[in-house]
Design a protein around this ligand. Structure first.
Ligand code: SF4
Length: 234
């Protein structure tokens, strides 16, 4: 996992995104003007023995692009806090917030990654950028052999994971459609669950409530418990 992490951090494949991340770090947001921004691709974070993989979209310009940890530092009540509150309630996270890399947060049996590792302008990566970043997800997944359940936050993450499987000869037919709380049994026995992304756009409008996200992670926990009970994995 350390080698995978180094490879991600050193990646320069997408000039548009690399330039954008560095420009954001140069200009900064007023509230963070004393911070040194990470401004490099952001690797995944969590338990290397995780059975749950959570897949987000991409680092936030002043969140993970600033702190260097996924879903971290995008402000009080931001997507990191919203996600961590749900994970904490189900026992996957030791803290209900995610504000700073030195906050002591640990994930238990869970690992968080992103479809794209560099912050994109407007939170919108191009298709080419998503495809370019896919090998990093493949490499991280290879380093996480115990993963049995994947929660994809948003349609792009959901479709990216299906594309990864397809590239590995594990296409799901018919191709599943993204929906919140959609549960897909994958050809290799793993489970993919869709969830709305905890962006402020979704959480401030009530499209995604804390209860809705909590239920998704309860379903993920339930699935892991059932698989253990049936001897589906060790
Ligand atoms: S988005 Fe991914 S592939 Fe593109 S430069 Fe960043 S880490 Fe590399």
């Amino acid at each position: 996992m350390r080698a995978v992490r180094d490879q991600i951090i050193g990646c320069e494949k997408c000039p548009r995104l690399r330039g954008y991340c560095q420009e954001i770090a140069r200009v900064k947001r007023r509230a963070y003007r004393d911070d040194t921004y990470w401004a490099r691709p952001v690797p995944g974070f969590g338990d290397p023995f995780a059975r749950l993989l959570i897949l987000g979209l991409a680092p936030a310009a002043h969140g993970a692009n600033r702190t260097g940890r996924v879903f971290t530092g995008d402000g009080v009540g931001g997507s990191g806090d919203f996600l961590m509150a749900a994970l904490h309630q189900v026992g996957f996270a030791t803290l209900p917030t995610s504000r700073d890399v030195d906050d002591g947060l640990e994930l238990r049996d869970a690992f968080i990654a992103a479809a794209v590792r560099c912050a994109p302008p407007g939170n919108k990566p191009t298709l080419d950028e998503i495809v370019s970043c896919l090998p990093h997800l493949a490499a991280e997944l290879d380093a996480l052999p115990r993963v049995r359940v994947v929660v994809a936050l948003g349609k792009i993450a959901f479709d990216t994971f299906l594309s990864l499987l397809k590239s590995q000869g594990l296409a799901t037919k018919p191709r599943p459609r993204f929906a919140h709380a959609a549960v897909v049994r994958l050809p290799d026995g793993r489970t993919l669950i869709g969830a709305y992304h905890p962006s402020r756009q979704n959480t401030n409008t009530g499209k995604l409530t804390p209860k809705m996200l909590l239920e998704v992670f309860r379903a993920a926990r339930q699935r892991l418990t059932e698989q253990r009970g049936s001897g589906g994995f060790s």
